[in-house]
Ligand binder design. Structure first.
Ligand code: SF4
Ligand code: SF4
Length: 123
């Protein structure tokens, strides 16, 4: 009897699922999505790469090149935390972008230089 009640509640009650992607999810405060790099603000010090726990960032200090692979990213925010560009530490930021799937590993890469890597730098 309880089972029938549960089934009826599920059929006619409030929906708990959303018709994604038609209905967008409400992201919580402080949501950590894909990293965005701003080449014009970056001083290529390499701190973000040094402190990235998963090796998702590579910085070539000499040639001023920044690479980010969000296929390896843990979205921990450590890179944003250690970036010391002034005034707002805004050379690197975690965005609210979460739709990060792709068909090829090459799709998961951003490079501040070099056409060999895809450069999908989100807004
Ligand atoms: S969010 Fe964390 S894992 Fe991702 S690039 Fe930054 S430091 Fe690395
Ligand atoms: S993003 Fe920030 S921490 Fe990373 S290389 Fe640029 S200035 Fe340095």
């Amino acid at each position: 009897m309880k089972l029938v009640g549960n089934a009826l509640r599920s059929l006619f009650g409030r929906r708990f699922t959303r018709k994604y992607p038609k209905t967008r999810p409400e992201l919580p405060e402080g949501f950590r999505g894909r990293v965005k790099h701003l080449p014009e603000k970056c001083i290529y010090c390499g701190l973000c790469a040094k402190y990235c726990p998963s090796g998702a960032i590579k910085v070539d200090i000499k040639n001023k090149k920044f690479e980010y692979n969000w296929g390896r990213c843990l979205f921990c925010g450590q890179c944003e935390e250690v970036c010391h560009t002034m005034p707002k530490r805004d050379a690197i930021k975690l965005t609210r972008e979460f739709e990060l799937s792709g068909k090829d590993r090459k799709d998961f890469r951003y490079s501040s230089k070099g056409a060999q890597l895809a450069s999908r730098n989100f807004k």
